[in-house]
Design a protein around this ligand. Structure first.
Ligand SMILES: [Zn+2]
Length: 429
């Protein structure tokens, strides 16, 4: 069986060449056939040479253009892939890392130096294309100097959404090396223009240095000629709002609700952020069990409401008097939607003159923290808060912080000076 099969197989699978060879060994009889064979031999040899040369050229081109090919496989056109290669001197690894292809049309209209990868990254922070290009191209003019000071590209990219080009330039102008700046740069409320001063303090921790240099006016008895704006008041429950620590004019809480609680006749229905509203309802219910009636006189106030109120108060009582009690628009906690002014039933019916004299206030002083509230302007802390004692004003900060502040008898200012901020601030321009 095997012997029979083998020759058959050989015939079937013999390469053409060998087949032909066999044919050429035939007697010279068939001249025409031989001529034809000779011709095709040259033909095949030439063809093979051409094939090999083409293959070599293709391999060479493919090798030298492999970056372009890889980019094209990501979805870039031949032209765009060329631009990307040029923009990074051939190092396309960043572009390959991205999940999607960059839409190159976005950057076409703007005269630029082609830092497409960084444009793409920064577009998440600044949706305006021109701003992104101006930022990145400006940045690259100072980047070599930053590099000399030890800042690498990855480090710089980390800070690009919070640090402006002029702030980067400041680091260069003041020759602040990365190793020196690093501990401060990693703290979100660090102020770049103050880094030189941080380095010079003898504070024990970077946080302490930052609080001392950039935020000493958290304590109202200390002077610092600077105003801050709170970037996003919903980043934290313990946002500090006071003079020089402002809310933006257009800030309005997104989750205001109306708690189901008593409020004084002639005042609008109370409105608070959801979490604060719930906590307040709980607290009121607990107070009621002790036969105490808390009544809301004021809660959320918009920037415009506060502005109108402040103007009216100034007209009625004069600026010198009112500045101790009523804060200008943007500086009032009421705009946060987590503050309340309270009174009690006993005051409303004339049993007491002031809320500070009531049993309700005494109870609040001992129990508010259990529900996440603090007495924001306590007595004997006026110099720190900058506001005269207001027994009626409470603020929601969440149970955890409220309890800590209660235990250590701290104002919000003192708590922040000790713990730093857990949200971002920007210098008000
Ligand atoms: Zn108030």
């Amino acid at each position: 069986m095997e012997n029979k099969k083998k020759p058959k197989r050989r015939l079937r699978f013999l390469p053409k060449k060998r087949k032909k060879k066999q044919v050429s060994n035939l007697p010279v009889k068939n001249k025409q056939k031989r001529k034809k064979k000779k011709h095709s031999k040259t033909y095949y040899r030439n063809r093979n040479i051409i094939l090999i040369v083409t293959l070599v050229i293709a391999l060479f081109l493919g090798f030298s253009n492999r970056q372009r090919l890889r980019l094209m496989m990501k979805g870039y056109t031949f032209h765009d892939a060329g631009l990307l290669i040029k923009s990074k001197d051939g190092d396309i690894s960043d572009y390959l890392k991205l999940k999607d292809a960059i839409n190159m049309e976005d950057w076409e209209e703007i005269e630029n130096d082609g830092h497409y990868y960084d444009y793409y990254l920064l577009k998440k922070t600044y949706p305006d294309v021109a701003t992104v290009v101006t930022y990145i191209d400006g940045f690259y003019t100072i980047f070599p100097k930053l590099q000399e000071l030890g800042y690498d590209m990855e480090t710089c990219r980390k800070f690009m959404d919070t640090v402006s080009v002029s702030e980067f330039r400041l680091l260069v102008d003041h020759e602040i090396e990365y190793e020196e700046a690093k501990p401060y740069l990693n703290i979100p409320y660090c102020i770049i223009r103050d880094i030189e001063d941080y380095i010079q303090t003898d504070a024990k921790t970077p946080e302490e240095a930052i609080m001392e240099v950039s935020y000493r006016n958290v304590n109202s008895s200390k002077q610092l000629d600077r105003e801050y704006v709170i970037v996003d008041p919903e980043q934290s429950k313990s946002v500090l709002v006071k003079e020089d620590y402002n809310l933006k004019q257009d800030y309005e809480p997104k989750d205001l609700v109306e708690p189901d609680v008593l409020y004084a006749y002639g005042t609008p229905a109370p409105s608070l952020r959801k979490e604060a509203a719930k906590a307040y309802e709980k607290m009121v219910a607990a107070a009621e069990k002790k036969d105490l009636q808390l009544v809301v006189t004021s809660s959320y106030r918009s920037y415009a409401d506060q502005d109108a109120l402040y103007d009216a108060y100034v007209k009625e009582y004069g600026y010198a008097y009112i500045k101790k009690y009523c804060l200008p628009a943007g500086c009032s906690e009421h705009q946060l939607g987590t503050s309340l002014d309270l009174t009690s039933y006993s005051v409303l019916i004339g049993e007491h003159y002031s809320f500070g004299d009531t049993d309700e206030f005494k109870w609040l002083k001992k129990n508010a923290h259990k529900y996440g509230f603090i007495l924001r302007y306590p007595e004997s802390k006026e110099n720190i808060t900058g506001v005269e004692c207001e027994p009626w004003h409470i603020r929601y900060v969440g149970k955890e912080i409220a309890e800590e502040m209660y235990e250590d008898n701290l104002t919000l200012e003192e708590y922040i000076l000790e713990n730093g901020f857990d949200y971002s601030l920007a210098i008000q321009s």
